[in-house]
Design a protein around this ligand. Structure first.
Ligand code: ACO
Length: 429
């Protein structure tokens, strides 16, 4: 008869143990009972990069990497992208349910009431060098926000956490746009709360001398959909960082800043920037086979391909590809598209990529859209951080309410010296 347990025999001692299985996992702490003798610390698992370790129970985002499924709170990503707007999706991630009309209006109103940032932030941003990377500016500026909200250190219950959540979702576009404007030497533009979340961001980025900036509706919608697609992705590198920093009860601004730092790496959110660099370097469709050959020989990676979790087509990449066509109708076709399509065509039939289950991920086409919307390459990861803030905050909220959680603190397998005798300086070789 089937039993939800795992029987383990420790061949060092001949002892057998029965470990409960719940939700397809065993508790790592149950292994601690497996000891050679009373002095033994007990068995641990060794899992660099947490490739097979669940660090939490979460009801927010579901991914089935083999079947290419991504759901937020049970809703398929493509349906949300088609029917909802970003703020509704942020509410869904945070509250667990889609808002009704009244709740949606209240939520959008609350966010709009917090889009302005303290004037000292302008001075702070103006202090960066003229060529500072916008992502570096974002990381530091979000951390600096914590100094304006000392109450954020008391993030005990849900009601206390809510103002911080609203502030962060509301202020991220303002800070992101100001990082962009500073980099370009342009005056910083204040939020326009009559516009949508995505529309206001576009206005703060693009407005020059028009008394009122009206974003193009297709580009505004495209950015909103991109925000939805990037809003959460369960326990990825930056979300795990958010949870790790949050677990020490650091304030939420510091934790979001740390998550932004994790996102900035080229193997994570920084990949969209790298994709565009790669396409630009390839330069022409005729150079694609030579580039693929280099990748297969281990000289570089095909950026925007492969994913730790998706081992089939990334469902977000499908929606983005469609979106790209709509954006190109307005902006004109991005000349790098042909190179991207050729890379995808060759890679999808090449045994190197097929056997390793490497498919385009969310970053492969998003960079082309941002580029066509005339965002500079170094803004791409910032554009990712804005919506991902909603996901980070939903995960932080869940962490705070989870009675199983403690300060995050992995173990190690120590491989250094045994205790050895101290050598005074003149005796060292
Ligand atoms: N190009 C070429 N080869 C690749 C690529 C790639 N993009 N990705 C993985 N491989 C190869 C590896 O060389 C390795 O080959 P081997 O078995 O012969 O050694 C094999 O595929 C497995 O690769 P890992 O690095 O072990 O896979 P992992 O799951 O750790 O990495 C990652 C996932 C980091 C996303 C990787 O696929 C990658 O570097 N992709 C390019 C960067 C990128 O697009 N990142 C964005 C991810 S989406 C996001 O974070 C928002």
């Amino acid at each position: 008869m089937s039993k939800p347990t795992l029987s383990v025999t420790d061949n060092r001692t001949g002892k057998s143990y029965e470990i409960p299985i719940q939700d397809g996992t065993i508790k790592a702490m149950d292994l601690r009972a497996i000891k050679t003798d009373a002095e033994d610390f007990g068995l641990m698992t060794y899992d660099p990069a947490f490739q097979n370790t669940s660090s939490c129970r979460s009801a927010i985002t579901f991914i089935d990497g083999d079947r290419g499924i991504l759901n937020y709170r049970g809703y398929a990503i493509d349906e949300l992208a088609e029917h909802s707007n970003f703020l509704e999706v942020a509410y869904l991630l945070l509250e667990g349910e889609l808002p009704n009309k009244a709740k949606n209006e209240q939520w959008a109103h609350d966010i709009k009431m917090h889009t302005y940032v303290h004037e000292n932030m302008r001075r702070f941003i103006n202090g960066f060098n003229y060529d500072a990377h916008p992502m570096n500016m974002l990381v530091s500026t979000v951390a600096a926000l914590s100094s304006f909200y000392p109450d954020a250190k008391e993030s005990g219950d849900r009601a206390q956490r809510q103002p911080e959540i609203i502030r962060l979702i509301a202020k991220m576009p303002t800070i992101a746009a100001w990082c962009y404007r500073h980099r370009r030497g342009l005056p910083l533009v204040y939020p326009d709360n009559e516009l949508s979340y995505a529309g206001n961001f576009l206005a703060m980025v693009k407005q020059i001398s028009e008394p009122k900036y009206q974003p193009h509706p297709i580009l505004e919608k495209a950015l909103d959909v991109l925000f939805i697609l990037h809003a959460d992705h369960e326990q990825n590198c930056s979300t795990s960082t958010m949870r790790t920093v949050g677990s020490s009860k650091a304030d939420v601004y510091t934790a979001v800043s740390a998550a932004c730092a994790a996102l900035s790496g080229p193997l994570h959110g920084g990949a969209n920037e790298e994709v565009l660099r790669m396409l630009t370097e390839i330069g022409h469709v005729k150079n694609v086979p030579a580039f693929i050959k280099e990748v297969k020989e281990g000289r570089g990676r095909l950026m925007g391909f492969g994913h730790r979790v998706y081992k089939s087509y990334d469902p977000r990449a499908k929606t983005i590809k469609k979106l790209a066509d709509q954006v190109f109708e307005v902006t004109g076709r991005n000349p790098l598209t042909d190179i991207a399509l050729e890379l995808e065509r060759i890679a999808l039939q090449d045994d190197y990529f097929v056997s390793r289950k490497l498919y385009p991920n969310v970053d492969f086409y998003s960079g082309l859209i941002y580029d066509s919307m005339q965002f500079p390459t170094d803004m791409f990861t910032v554009l990712f951080a804005i919506p991902r803030t909603a996901g980070w905050l939903a995960q932080w909220n869940e962490l705070a309410d989870d009675k199983d959680q403690k300060i995050s603190r992995p173990r190690q397998v120590y491989t250094g010296h045994e205790r050895r005798e101290y050598q005074v300086m003149h005796k060292r070789g």
